[in-house]
Write a protein that binds this ligand. Structure first.
Ligand SMILES: *Cc1c(COP(=O)(O)O)cnc(C)c1O
Length: 369
């Protein structure tokens, strides 16, 4: 794929095969566990399907064009997180995770890395810019953070982490490679849970990592091959099919989110709204600099748990679910998990592709009386 094509073009043509006369230009999934392999092992041939699969390679090459690096796919976002957290550290190393980022990332590090002698330090997003990174082997953070949508200056962070000889990995799930390219901002690794907006149809778990660093790629490839954390060809193909519409879906979702955030801001029943696209939002300036859009996630505070529960119950269109990035507008009261340190009335709203007038009418109805 030519590098000067715009992302909207790249995503439609992502990983397209060069086909001969009469061949389908959308190649189907290759279902195989073994490939014919005779004689001495040919390093260029497909050997065994835990090592490689043409269906992975098609989506990996398409995602690589968007990320600006080489990509490896995984069966879930957490498998991609685990590849990053497990591949580079050894006993005695120190890593930094976000105390207000995706809970399972922190929990993986604290449950599995700590017992092998890795020191795990959790730092709130807003304290990360002032952090001293000396002796940190790996810094793993998401920007915007979720659910509170604080944004980190990735370029500055990369400079600081590199000055201390560390590795910077960015969880880019909320933005997708269409909305932000961490490698182009200086991060070593970009990771994404493709379960969310990238696949976008709320029907598959999937994830990927991207890097320009050959030795990091080799390490994570070895981890995937030896741990067996590999996606099935059918899931891979479904995600590849789903992602062709990513740019279009995002355009609708992001435009809807802007309108909804401005609407929520003017309601007396809403105590506060966080959306990086609001000019008053603390994330606005840096988001404008480093992101191509402001995302489709809004968090807003209704104060009490009972207010949030009533809102979710009364809404007819908005689906209560713990995920985001799908075509359907989804919401949940984040404090119900007990894992995020947020207000009991905080709603995370993932704005979908419906007509914005209908979502607004549903919000108005759900907030009535
Ligand atoms: C969902 C999510 C993950 C984990 O992805 P799964 O596909 O659920 O394993 C990681 N990071 C962020 C920010 C997420 O939202």
């Amino acid at each position: 794929m030519k590098d000067n094509y715009r992302p909207a073009t790249k995503i439609v043509h992502a990983g397209a095969a060069k086909v001969k006369q009469g061949e389908a230009f959308n190649q189907g999934p290759v279902f195989a566990s073994a490939f014919h392999l005779s004689g001495d092992v040919d390093p260029k041939a497909y050997q065994y399907a835990r090592f490689h699969n043409p269906t992975w390679e098609a989506i990996e090459s398409g995602l690589g064009d968007l990320e600006g690096g080489s990509v490896l796919v995984f069966p879930s976002g957490m498998a991609a997180v685990a590849a990053v957290l497990t591949s580079f550290v050894k006993s005695g190393d120190k890593i930094l995770v976000q105390s207000d980022g995706y809970y399972a990332t922190r929990a993986y590090a604290e449950n599995f890395l700590v017992k092998f002698g890795v020191e795990v330090i959790a730092v709130p997003t807003l304290s990360i810019p002032d952090q001293d990174f000396s002796d940190f082997k790996l810094v793993f953070v998401e920007s915007p953070s979720n659910p509170l949508l604080d944004v980190l200056d990735i370029k500055r962070l990369a400079e600081k982490v590199h000055a201390a000889d560390g590795i910077l990995a960015i969880d880019n799930t909320t933005m997708t490679p269409i909305g932000q390219q961490p490698l182009r901002l200086g991060a070593d690794i970009s990771m994404c849970s493709d379960t969310k907006a990238l696949n976008g149809h709320s029907d598959v778990l999937f994830g990927h990592v991207a890097t320009k660093n050959e030795s990091m790629l080799e390490q994570m490839l070895l981890w995937r091959k030896l741990s067996g954390n590999i996606p099935g060809p059918m899931e891979t193909w479904l995600v590849h099919r789903g992602m062709a519409s990513l740019d279009m879906r995002l355009q609708r979702m992001v435009n809807n989110a802007q309108v909804i955030a401005e609407f929520l801001q003017n309601l007396s029943s809403v105590k506060s709204v966080r959306y990086p696209g609001l000019k008053e939002d603390p994330s606005y300036v840096i988001a404008t600099e480093q992101m191509q859009h402001y995302g489709f996630i809004i968090s807003f505070d209704l104060g009490e748990k009972t207010n949030a529960d009533r809102f979710l119950k009364k809404a007819k269109l908005i689906i209560e679910a713990t995920s985001f990035g799908g075509m359907h507008t989804m919401a949940e009261r984040r404090a119900r998990w007990g894992t995020d340190n947020v207000s009991p009335g905080l709603i995370r709203l993932s704005v979908g592709c419906e007509a914005v007038e209908d979502i607004i009418a549903d919000i108005a109805l759900a907030l009535e009386g």
